[in-house]
Design a protein around this ligand. Structure first.
Ligand code: FE2
Ligand code: FE2
Length: 135
């Protein structure tokens, strides 16, 4: 997990401190959940996923949307939709997980992890480039 975070920090830093910090926290949180899951602390993992991580992710989305608004990012509406769609899908998987569907939980975890990394690396990167070239 530490190696993953190390790579993550090297490759996904935008030079925007607050946002870089939030992204690193998100990746750490998912790593934490994966460890709990592996250690068979499934209820704890589900609670952390539902409550702590998803709350943090939603706060992050809002923070990012305000930031994009502040810098006059032209693709804000598109980005906002991507966030909203992901949120909807995540809530759908919560229903399955709360019914004790373990494969659904495992899938939701790896999908979330992948989605977050891809989203940061591709979609978020675009506003960072905009910010870094226009400020
Ligand atoms: Fe982000
Ligand atoms: Fe984003």
């Amino acid at each position: 997990m530490n190696n993953q975070l190390f790579d993550f920090e090297k490759e996904y830093k935008f030079g925007i401190d607050e946002i870089d910090g939030q992204h690193a926290s998100l990746v750490n949180m998912i790593a934490e959940i994966q460890i709990m899951f592996r250690d068979n602390k499934k209820e704890e993992a589900a609670k952390y996923f539902f409550e702590t991580m998803s709350r943090y992710l939603i706060e992050h989305f809002s923070y990012e949307e305000s930031f994009m608004e502040k810098i006059g990012y032209p693709q804000l509406e598109e980005h906002r939709k991507v966030h909203a769609n992901f949120r909807k899908n995540m809530e759908k998987s919560f229903e399955l997980i709360s019914k004790g569907d373990e494969p659904a939980f495992r899938n939701a975890l790896s999908d979330t992890y992948l989605w977050i990394l891809t989203h940061i690396g591709k979609t978020d990167r675009k506003y960072a480039v905009f910010y870094n070239t226009n400020q």
